[in-house]
Design a protein around this ligand. Structure first.
Ligand SMILES: [Cu+2]
Length: 136
């Protein structure tokens, strides 16, 4: 690879990183559907989750309906807090995937994408993470 190509590559990586940081944070407080389930629709993409802060009530079932933004980059979602009865993960596709669980403890739990390409930063490090806040 020529020196000029290397510089171009580094430049484009910097631009990509800057754009990724620009993604806006959004909080959603789950509403309780008539059947007693708290449902939230989410999107995951390069490199964000929207919303990236989700507030739910403890001891009531939750369904996170997650889909991937269109594009080639693979993404997934991992939400592991076994101490609170939460242990879900899924590969994201453009068709929504439903993650169902019932949080048994209050607290703030992180979800993230665990994808990582070669020597690049992980998607999580690039900003593809968020929190589930379980409240009384
Ligand atoms: Cu990802």
């Amino acid at each position: 690879m020529k020196k000029r190509d290397v510089l171009l590559l580094i430049f484009s990586l910097c631009v990509t990183a800057t754009l990724a940081v620009a993604h806006v944070s959004r909080t959603v407080i789950a509403t309780l559907d008539p059947d007693g389930v708290q449902r939230v629709a989410m999107t995951g993409g390069s490199y964000y989750f929207d919303p990236d802060r989700i507030v739910v009530k403890v001891n009531l079932p939750v369904e996170l309906k997650v889909r991937k933004e269109p594009g080639l980059a693979p993404h997934d979602i991992v939400l592991k807090a076994p101490e609170a009865g939460i242990d879900v993960s899924a590969k994201l596709t453009e068709e929504p995937t439903v993650l169902a669980f019932t949080p048994r403890k209050t607290g703030v739990f992180t979800f993230y994408c665990d994808k990582k390409l070669l020597f690049f930063e992980s998607h999580r490090d690039k900003g593809m993470h968020g929190v589930l806040e379980v409240v009384e």
